[in-house]
Ligand binder design. Structure first.
Ligand SMILES: CC(C)(COP(=O)(O)OP(=O)(O)OC[C@H]1O[C@@H](n2cnc3c(N)ncnc32)[C@H](O)[C@@H]1OP(=O)(O)O)[C@@H](O)C(=O)NCCC(=O)NCCS
Length: 179
C-alpha cells in the first residue's frame, strides 16, 4: 500500500505541478504557474502544499507528486475582522482520485493554519457549474458561509443613480479642485 506525504511546496516542484494541471485541464499553463510560484514566495510556506506518494519501504518521493493546494491567509480583507485561511487552487491527478489525497491536503492546510496562525476558519470559493470541487468541499465539511460574491461588468459606465449607461469606455476620473 502506497503512503502519502503532504509537504510544503518547493521551487523545484514547478514542472510536476504544471504536469498535473495539464492532465486536469487538457492544456498547459506555464505562464500562470510561473507567476503562482513567484507569488508563493510572498505567502507563508505552510499555505502552499503538495502531496507525494511513496512506495512501501522507499524514500524516493520525488517525481511522484500527485496533488497540490495553493492557499493564503487574510486579515481584514473583505472587512473580515479575524484572520482567515483561503484555499484558492486544489488539484489531484485523475489517476489518484478518491484515495483521500484531496482531503489530506485540505486537512494539513487547516491544521497548519490553526497551529501557525491560530486561524479558526478556512474559506474557499466554488463554482456551482463546475462538477468536482463543490461536491468535494461539501463532503469534507465545508458549508455555505455568509459572504456573498458580487460582480459587475468592467467595461460599462454606471452613473450616480446606479443606471447602466451602455458600452461607453471608462475614462479616468476627473480631479476635483480642492477649495
Ligand atoms: C476535487 C478533487 C481535489 C478531489 O480530490 P480527491 O483526492 O479525489 O478527494 P478525496 O479522495 O480526498 O475525497 C474526499 C471525500 O470527498 C469525496 N469526493 C471527492 N471528489 C468528489 C466529487 N467530485 N464530488 C463529490 N464528492 C467527492 C470522496 O468520495 C471522499 O468522500 P468520503 O468522505 O466518503 O471518503 C479532485 O477531484 C480534483 O483535483 N479535481 C479537479 C479540481 C480542479 O479543477 N481544480 C482547479 C480549480 S480549484
Amino acid at each position: 500500500m502506497k503512503s502519502v506525504d503532504i509537504r510544503e511546496l518547493r521551487k523545484d516542484d514547478l514542472q510536476a505541478v504544471m504536469k498535473i494541471d495539464e492532465v486536469i485541464r487538457g492544456f498547459p499553463r506555464p505562464a500562470y504557474w510561473e507567476r503562482r510560484f513567484i507569488n508563493a514566495e510572498g505567502i507563508p510556506p505552510w499555505a502552499s502544499l503538495v502531496a507525494d506518494v511513496r512506495e512501501p519501504q522507499s524514500n524516493e518521493v520525488d517525481n511522484r507528486m500527485v496533488g497540490f493546494l495553493f492557499g493564503w491567509a487574510s486579515i481584514w480583507d473583505f472587512g473580515l475582522r479575524d484572520e482567515v485561511g483561503w484555499i484558492d487552487v486544489i488539484g489531484v491527478h485523475p489517476a489518484y482520485r478518491y484515495k483521500g489525497i484531496g482531503r489530506a491536503l485540505v486537512n494539513e492546510f487547516s491544521r497548519l493554519a490553526k497551529d501557525r496562525r491560530r486561524i479558526e476558519k478556512v474559506f474557499t470559493l466554488v463554482n456551482p457549474e463546475e462538477t468536482e470541487t463543490p461536491g468535494f468541499f461539501s463532503q469534507i465539511g465545508f458549508a455555505r458561509g455568509k459572504l456573498v460574491h458580487m460582480e459587475r461588468s468592467a467595461g460599462h459606465f454606471y452613473d450616480k443613480a446606479g443606471g447602466l449607461n451602455g458600452n461607453r469606455t471608462l475614462s479616468a476620473p476627473t480631479r476635483r479642485k480642492t477649495p
